[in-house]
Design a protein around this ligand. Structure first.
Ligand code: BG6
Length: 479
């Protein structure tokens, strides 16, 4: 029972969720620095001002990764550290910080996997042209990426252009839960996505034009769907869901074109994005140059037909950890996502479905025949630090173990999987859920009140993953 020899056992993070030091060493304000200050937007008003202080403690954190035997560390670069106002002059201190992170990783033989954009956008670009709403962002993004390639291209062999474009745009423009906090801007939502696709595509092409042969792709938040039952109307709702919620993104990354039925539907509704001359060709060209499909997998969903007067996308999201407090959402006349009676859920109402991870891999392999990077997978849970500083997170071990077994099955069935990154290495800020929703192997002593020593403590899952890596996955199958 062995994973491929070169398999990259990894773990992931994102700049805003771990770094803190939000205005240090020349970093500019970001959309998130602004958004978290609006009352009621985040759980108990939490911010990433300090986060888990990785900016000052990165050496300690990466040493813990090395001790664990981690093969790859996925992290994101904060655009506003490199370009405090989004463009213009480069902030040398920002380059230096990420150079240190990359060099520290390499000194331990940890492969750095860099996300270019994990949601924190320089506020100056929002003030100047509303960020992703303007095509101007395409050139600024590519210019920022070029700076990263110039500075780090020789050392970094794995690049992720955008993290979960589907999530930051949905929560930003449809449900107002992320910046810019807009509600029901359907036409703008698809336009913003088109700009993001163009930024991604031009970045991929630039990377190749610069002569780099490393790996590049985007990370997609993939929630695979199951039809509620064999009632044809529910099976069709699954098909529509897949086109609108999954293939809308993955088809563009992998084929350079939007799914036809979804595009037809959106044109009728008046929500389809506007193209400029040359866009279609650029998307097509870039699709030929991606190296993998990045997948962030947390849960699967169920699809059922949703009548014209049924539920809307604007339900209640559980951000408190009070089980059962979220409500069903969907698109009227198309689909809705009721709970799956066969699956258990987390305290935040996310279904727990290891086989869904294999399902994602199988679908990607059949539809796109691309290698896969699992760029995130993990369990958000309440953890308790005992008096002796131990943290017994058996539930996380079971969760990850089962997901990895499912991943192994997918590999056995013919999928090429290059890497698997857990979310997350240390505990960190969960965007809307504060610090109480913990994901890490390393417990960090802090809470929503910004109190705590910020000391690091290894959870039981830390030792478990260490063994998984040591045995290249063999220990997953021990009882
Ligand atoms: C993904 C994001 O959506 O899921 C991460 O890429 C995020 O940044 C993770 O933290 C878990 O989500 P949440 O809402 O539980 O923090």
């Amino acid at each position: 029972m062995n994973f491929p020899k070169e398999f990259l056992w990894g773990s992931a993070s994102a700049a805003y969720q771990i770094e803190g030091a939000h205005l240090e060493d020349g970093k500019g304000m970001t959309n998130w620095d602004t958004f978290v200050r609006i009352e009621g937007k985040t759980y108990k008003g939490t911010t990433g001002d300090i986060a888990v202080d990785h900016y000052h403690r990165y050496k300690e954190d990466i040493a813990l990764m090395a001790e664990m035997g981690l093969k790859t560390y996925r992290f994101s670069i904060s655009w506003a550290r490199i370009y405090p106002t989004g463009n213009g002059e480069v902030n040398k201190k920002g380059i230096e910080f990420y150079k240190n992170i990359i060099d520290t990783c390499l000194s331990y033989n940890i492969e750095p996997m860099v996300t270019i954009f994990h949601w924190d956008l320089p506020q100056a670009l929002v003030d100047e042209y509303n960020g992703w709403e303007s095509r101007k962002i395409i050139d600024d993004f590519v210019n920022y990426a070029k700076t990263l390639f110039i500075n780090f291209g020789d050392k970094v062999k794995y690049w992720i252009t955008l993290n979960e474009q589907n999530i930051f745009t949905s929560l930003g423009w449809l449900t107002a839960q992320h910046p810019p906090g807009k509600f029901d801007e359907q036409k703008m939502f698809y336009q913003v996505n088109h700009h993001a696709f163009m930024a991604h595509a031009k970045t991929v092409l630039l990377y190749r034009q610069m002569g780099f042969t490393g790996n590049i792709g985007a990370s997609f938040a993939y929630t695979p769907s199951y039809s509620l039952d064999c009632k044809p109307i529910n099976a069709m709702s699954k098909l529509n869901y897949d086109d609108l919620k999954n293939f809308w993104w993955m088809d563009v990354y992998a084929y350079g074109r939007y799914p036809k039925a979804a595009m037809t539907y959106l044109k009728k509704k008046g929500f389809a994005p506007d193209f400029e001359d040359g866009d279609a060709e650029i998307l097509k060209q870039a699709a030929k140059h991606i190296s993998f499909m990045g997948v962030n997998y947390y849960q699967s969903c169920v699809c059922e037909y949703n009548p014209e007067d049924g539920v809307t996308p604007y339900g209640v999201m559980n951000t408190t950890g009070k089980k059962g407090s979220s409500t069903i959402t969907g698109i009227q006349g198309v689909y809705k996502n009721p709970p799956n009676p066969y699956l258990m859920t987390t305290d935040w109402d996310w279904s727990i479905d290891p086989s869904g991870l294999a399902y994602c891999c199988r679908e990607i392999t059949s539809r796109y025949d691309l290698p896969i990077v699992i760029s995130e997978n993990g369990l958000g849970a309440f953890d308790k630090k005992e008096e002796d500083n131990s943290i017994h997170d058996e539930y996380r071990i079971v969760y990850l173990n089962e997901h990895l077994k499912a991943l192994y099955k997918a590999i056995e069935e013919g999928c090429t999987v290059l890497a698997y990154c857990t979310w997350s290495f240390t505990d960190l800020l969960s965007w809307l859920n504060g610090y109480q929703k913990r994901y890490g192997f390393i417990y960090i002593d802090r809470d929503e009140t910004d109190k705590g020593s910020l000391n690091r403590y290894k959870k039981d899952s830390y030792y478990w993953y260490k063994k998984v890596i040591e045995t290249n996955g063999n220990s997953l199958f021990e009882d």
